[in-house]
Design a protein around this ligand. Structure first.
Ligand SMILES: [Zn+2]
Length: 421
C-alpha cells in the first residue's frame, strides 16, 4: 500500500540530507522540524548549486547522460535568466490511469505523441530533420516550429506534412504554437491528423485558445502543469472534469500564504517538492507560479489527490491602485468573450495598458466593452485594444498573458494592499 504523503515527505527529506550535498550542509535547518517549517528553496539557490550541490552523491552523471538515464535541462528563460538542472529521464511522463483520467474510451490510442512546443523547449531538436526529431523509440515526434510565427504558411505546410507522416495519437503542445499551426492549416485548406486529446503544457493556457483548438481539432484540450526546473517531474494533470490534480507520484504542491505557511483555498506562491525524484531532489522549491490548492474531491482516477488551480507566473501580473491581477483572473474575463483566439495585456505604467488580441477569422467582438471590463478588474485607468495578426513571443519564445513594464511581482503586498517599493 502507498505510504501517506507526510511519511513520504519525511523519508524524502531524510534521504536528501543523507545523499545530497546542499541538504547535508544545511542539515541543521532540516533536522527536527515539521515539513511545513522547512526552508523554502529559491531559483537563486538552485542556480548557484548547479549541478553538483543538488545531485545525489555517487551519481555517475556523465555515464548516465550517455546512457540516457538523465539529461541537462534548462528553463526557457522567459521570466528570468535561464536555469539548468539535471533531469531524471526515467520518470513516467503520464499517470498510469490513462485514458480514464481524460475521459476517453479504454481503447483510445495514446501511444504516439506529437510535441508542439516553442523551439527553445525542444532543446535544439527543431533544427533536425524528421528522423532526428523522433524520440522514445520513434513514439514521440518533436515538430520543427519556427521561432517567429509570422514566418508564414510555408513552414506550417511542412509541419503538417510531417505530422501526417508520423500519425500522432495525441498532441503535447504549447497552446499558442498549436493554435497557430491549426489556423495556418485551416487557411491552407489542410487538416491536422485526428487525435484522441490535446495536452496543453509549457505555459499558462488561456481558455479562449483551448476553445479554439477544440473546435478546430474536434477533441478535448486538457492541461499539464510542470516546469523544466522540476528536473523531470510533472506537478499536475487536468482530468476530464476540468480539475488539475497534483500528480502525487512525483510531486507535493503547497500554496503559501503571506507568512509562508501552506494553506488551502487561498491564492499563494506555489512550492513544489519533487517527492518522486531522488536524483535531483527539490524540497519546497518556489517554482515562480501562483495558485490555490484545494482538498481532493473528484470521481476521476486521480480524484484522491489535491486539486491545484493555476493562476500563472508571479511575475505575470498587473499592479494598479494597490491591487494585483493574475493571469487566471484576467482570463476569466477575456476568455468569456467569443471570437478571441489569444490575447496579451501589456501594462505600460500605473495608468495605461494595451490589450493585444488575435481574433478568430471573421470575428468582431466588442473590444471597447471588453477593455472597459479589463479596466474595472485591473484598476488600470486606460486600457486600449489593439488587434494583431500574431503576438510576439517573450524572450524565452513562450507567450505571456500579461506583460508588465510596471515592475511589480505578485507578493505579500496583495493581502494588505501596501504598495511595494
Ligand atoms: Zn478529477
Amino acid at each position: 500500500m502507498q505510504q501517506s504523503m507526510p511519511n513520504r515527505l519525511a523519508e524524502y527529506v531524510d534521504a536528501a540530507i543523507a545523499t545530497v550535498p546542499y541538504y547535508r550542509r544545511h542539515r541543521h535547518e532540516y533536522l527536527g522540524r515539521s515539513f511545513e517549517q522547512l526552508p523554502l528553496l529559491s531559483k537563486q539557490q538552485l542556480r548557484a548549486g548547479f549541478p553538483s550541490e543538488f545531485l545525489a552523491a555517487m551519481t555517475p552523471v556523465s555515464s548516465w547522460i550517455e546512457a540516457g538515464r538523465c539529461e541537462v535541462l534548462s528553463t526557457s528563460g522567459t521570466g528570468s535568466d535561464k536555469l539548468f538542472v539535471v533531469a531524471n529521464t526515467r520518470l513516467p511522463a503520464f499517470p498510469s490511469a490513462l485514458p480514464a483520467l481524460w475521459g476517453l474510451p479504454e481503447d483510445a490510442p495514446l501511444r504516439r505523441v506529437a510535441v508542439v512546443s516553442s523551439p527553445s523547449c525542444a532543446g535544439g531538436s527543431c533544427a533536425a530533420g524528421y528522423e532526428g526529431r523522433l524520440f522514445g523509440g520513434g513514439g514521440t515526434l518533436i515538430s520543427a516550429m519556427p521561432a517567429d510565427l509570422s514566418e508564414g504558411e510555408g513552414r506550417a505546410r511542412a509541419i503538417v506534412e510531417d505530422l501526417w507522416r508520423f500519425g500522432p495519437d495525441l498532441f503535447f503542445a504549447n497552446p499558442s504554437y498549436l493554435l497557430w499551426l491549426a489556423r495556418s492549416a485551416q487557411s491552407l485548406g489542410l487538416s491536422l491528423p485526428r487525435v484522441s486529446v490535446v495536452i496543453s503544457a509549457y505555459q499558462f493556457t488561456q481558455r479562449c485558445t483551448a476553445r479554439a483548438i477544440e473546435s478546430l481539432l474536434g477533441c478535448r484540450v486538457l492541461g499539464n502543469y510542470a516546469a523544466s526546473d522540476l528536473a523531470g517531474c510533472q506537478a499536475a494533470f487536468e482530468c476530464h472534469r476540468g480539475r488539475y490534480h497534483v500528480f502525487e507520484e512525483q510531486c507535493h504542491v503547497e500554496a503559501l500564504d503571506a507568512s509562508g505557511s501552506p494553506s488551502l483555498d487561498r491564492l499563494g506562491r506555489l512550492a513544489i517538492t519533487t517527492v518522486g525524484n531522488d536524483l535531483y531532489p527539490l524540497v519546497r522549491y518556489l517554482v515562480g507560479d501562483l495558485g490555490i490548492v484545494r482538498a481532493p474531491s473528484c470521481d476521476c482516477p486521480l480524484g484522491a489527490a489535491p486539486v491545484v488551480e493555476i493562476f500563472g507566473r508571479g511575475s505575470e501580473v498587473t499592479f494598479a491602485e494597490g491591487s494585483f491581477t493574475t493571469c487566471r483572473e484576467l482570463d476569466q474575463l477575456v476568455s468569456g468573450v467569443e471570437g478571441i483566439d489569444t490575447y496579451r495585456l501589456v501594462q505600460l505604467d500605473a495608468a495605461h495598458g494595451i490589450l493585444e488580441v488575435v481574433l478568430a477569422p471573421g470575428a468582431e467582438p466588442d473590444l471597447t466593452a471588453l477593455c472597459a471590463a479589463v479596466q474595472d478588474r485591473t484598476r488600470i485607468a486606460q486600457v486600449q485594444p489593439r488587434i494583431e495578426a500574431q503576438l510576439s513571443p517573450e524572450r524565452g519564445l513562450k507567450f505571456s498573458t500579461i506583460r508588465s513594464y510596471h515592475g511589480r511581482a505578485w507578493g505579500h503586498e496583495s493581502s494588505s494592499n501596501r504598495e511595494q517599493t
